[in-house]
Structure formats: C-alpha cells, structure tokens
Design a protein around this ligand. Sequence first.
Ligand code: SIN
Length: 517
Amino acid sequence: MVAAGNENPQFVATETFKYMPKGVVKQGRAELPLHYPALLRSDAYVNGQWVQAKSGKTQKVFNKATLEEIGTVPTQTATDTEAAIDAAYDALPAWSKRTPKERHDLLYKLYHKINEHVDDLAHIIVAENGKTLPDAQSEVAYSNSFVEWFAEEALRAYGTTVPAPNPAVRNIVIKQPIGVAGLLAPWNFPLAMITRKLAPALAAGCTGVIKAPCEAPLSALALAQLIDEVGFPKGVVNVLIAERGEDEQAMGRTLCESPKIRTISFTGSTRVGKILAEQSASTLKKLSMELGGNAPFIVFEDANLDLAVNSLLQCKFRCAGETCVSANRVFLADKIFDEFAEKLVAKASEFKVGYGMDKGVTMGPLNNEMGKKKIEEHIHKVKQAGGDVLLGGQAGEGLFFEPTVVKAPAGKHMPTDDEETFGPLAVLYRFSSEEEVIQRANNVNVGLAGYFFSQDVGRCFRVGEALQVGMVGINTGMISQNTIPFGGVKESGFGREGGPTGIDEFLVEKTLVFSGL
Ligand code: SIN
C-alpha cells in the first residue's frame, strides 16, 4: 500500500512506519561516478607504492544501500603488515627530523587537497559506509578539521623548563615523536577516524601504518591517493587492508607485537580493545583506546522539550545510530515522559530511509549484517521483557532498518542496560529523581559520552560533574569537534583524540638535565 499523498514510488508504507525503501537493493556491479576517478583505488599503499597482497588475495567492496559491488581491494595479512612496518620504521628518522614547519606545510597541502575533493570523498563514504550524503559531507569536513588543527599543533609542541633544587642544575623538558604508530580505524567514520589519528601522528613527527576498516576501506585509499599527490615522503604513511576474520586478526597482532611500533591508536569495540592491549603488553607499547560506549541521554522535567527531542533525533539517529557517542539509554523524567515520547515518535516517523545519495533521504542503511542482527536481537529481547514498540521495529530489505522507539517497562532488564545497540533503536526509560537517574546512568562498565537537558544551572553543574563519562553534552546531542579532547573512562578506554592534548598521544617527554653550571 502506498502512503496517502506519497508520490515517490521508491517508498512504500509499512504498518508501523511511513516509508521504507523498496527496490533500492539491486546487487550486481556499479561504477561510482566520481569527478576524479583516481580516488577509487583497488590496491593498498606501502612505502609510497600501490601494491596488491603478497598472497594475491582480494575482496569485494559493496555499496551498503544497493548491495552492488563497487570495488575490489587486496586482502592483506601478517607478511604484508611486516613490510609496511619496515617501511614506516625506515622513514621515521628523516621524517622526525623535518622541522615542525615543514610538517605543518605538508599537512596544510593535504588539507587543501581534501577540500578540492569533498564531493567525491563524500560519495565514497555514502556508498561504502551507508550514511546519507549530508552526514558524509559532514564527515569529510570533520575529517579535514583534524588535518587543519594538527597542522597548526605541529608548531606548538612546546617543551618546558623546570626550576631545579640544585643551583648548579638547569632542567629542560623537550617533546619528541614516540616512533612508528599503528593506527586501527573503524568503519563507522572511515575517513574521520583515520585523520583524527594520522594527522596528530604526522604532526608530532611519527610515521604510521594504518589498518583500514575491512567493511569500508575505500575512503582510506582515497586519502592515501591524496597523501601521495601532495608529496609525503615514501614510507611515512602506509595503508593496509585485511578481510574480516583471520587475516584481520593476524594484521592486528602483527602491529601490536612488533617492537618497531611504539604506539597503537585504536577505535572500536571494548572486546577488541582488550585483545589488542594484551597483545601490546609484550612490547609495552603506549596505547590510545577509543572504545564502545552506552550513552545515557537524560531529560529532566525542567528541560526545553523541543530542544531535547530534536537533539535526540540527531544524537540517536545520525548515521543510523552507528556512532559510539550515540544515545543508547534515554532517561525521561516521570512528569514529561508521555509528552516527550509523543513528540519523539512524531518527529522520528518523518525520517526517510533510503540510499544516502537519493534526494530527501535522511537515514541510510546499516553498514553490515552483524549490526542488523544485533538490533533485531535487542528488539526481540526488549519485546520479550514487555517493552512497548512505539515506532518501527522492522528490518527492511538489504541492510535497511526502521528508526525504532521503544518504551521500557519499569524494573525489567533491557539489553540496552549493559550493551550499546549501535543502530537506530531508542529505548525510553522513566525516572523520578536526580539521584536515581545519576545512579542508573553510571551503572555500566563503560563511560564514553553522556547527555542531559535541564535549564537549572545548579543541576547542570551537579549532573555534569557526576556522570562517569569522558564527554558530556549539556542541552545538546552533538559534542564532536576537532578542538576538544575526545575519549572515555572505565572500559570505554583511555587516551584523548583531538583538542589541545591530542598530539601528546604521539609525543614523549624527554628531560635534559644540565649540570656543572
Ligand atoms: C565514533 O563513533 O567512534 C566517533 C564519533 C564522533 O567522533 O563523533
């Protein structure tokens, strides 16, 4: 049945949701129509060369909306990784001796190069990740904001002088690059999570080996193409691709166990973060871990409700909920529960789900089957526990899923109590006091982001300080910026990316003690 007044045959009504795409999934093969086709690579980048896997193995890359094949890339493993580590290790002495100004200038050239190709980069992201064009354009801008920021930070890796207790002594602390960096990036921001790691590493004078995300490797390769064009010396940046499974695990282990790599920066799940940390123990590497979250989103009775609803739509459904800072548990004060739920359902039912390149589409497909299964499992468990589905709840064709809103029954265990959904499912919980909601918000073993809405200044300080997370959005659902430290507490990891301290993850302090004055 076509919804009344809906002229677009691409969308059909379902019982629960106004529009679900039909006929988007085509399969087969399709070229991505890029303005600059050189950005679409089918090889990895090692030591300034475009290479295939030593084994000759390849894998296909799919458009997550249409399920069409859009590219072929190598499937690399341990031996390929060793070659990239050697290249980065050999390139390190010369690169680390370049002046900060020279590193700044090259990063700036890259910044301008990326700006020339925003449309193509966004198109690649839409296709291989699944997000919408506006989300992908924002990602390109976000990605490049790290290149710009860290180009400038290269010039500001200041040391200090420290007064000595002995009058014949002078102390100077300098900062030096830590060495070769292993950078392991996730598929949900296939460009931004790479530049957030790579730009500070390069600015600090480190060289890098990037493990591109298996599910979305083309953005990393497009970036490598631009890096090559602006003239970074060979071996300074290397990009590898593995296939999900054994080859990927071998690549991760090789990076973590190599004595030539001095730091690992990883964005991904807490489960994998723990494995990488164990593997890195034998060489006592420095680690920066940006792991999963389970963000509380709290709306107090004194909040501006329209602002809170709109912010939740952004925070929960941006990129189909596939961000580690997405709201996962929505706590609503008793007094405003019904009004908020009603407004949320009305607004969320306006999403147009479809291929992110199509006009008017505001939510794309999920990135992969595993993610889709997890959402289905969460919805199944929520229903079993007596949860009330207020909107959506159905999978569409291919990787599509409806935006879903569920009311949690009081006192029942919900899957979202202890695990992030990483998808477009908003579970609404009820609370009756500030103390209660803080206790419940903190009652998880992770702590990446948290959000709350209140117009009471005292409460804003109290709750902001009490939430056990690395980042708090107060009267906003969007916190991500290049200028602030991004990272979590508890099992959401450690280390900070971006902001004034992001470069420190790639620097070591060395103290020079001058005596005999
Ligand atoms: C992430 O999901 O890992 C990063 C999200 C962001 O930077 O906004």
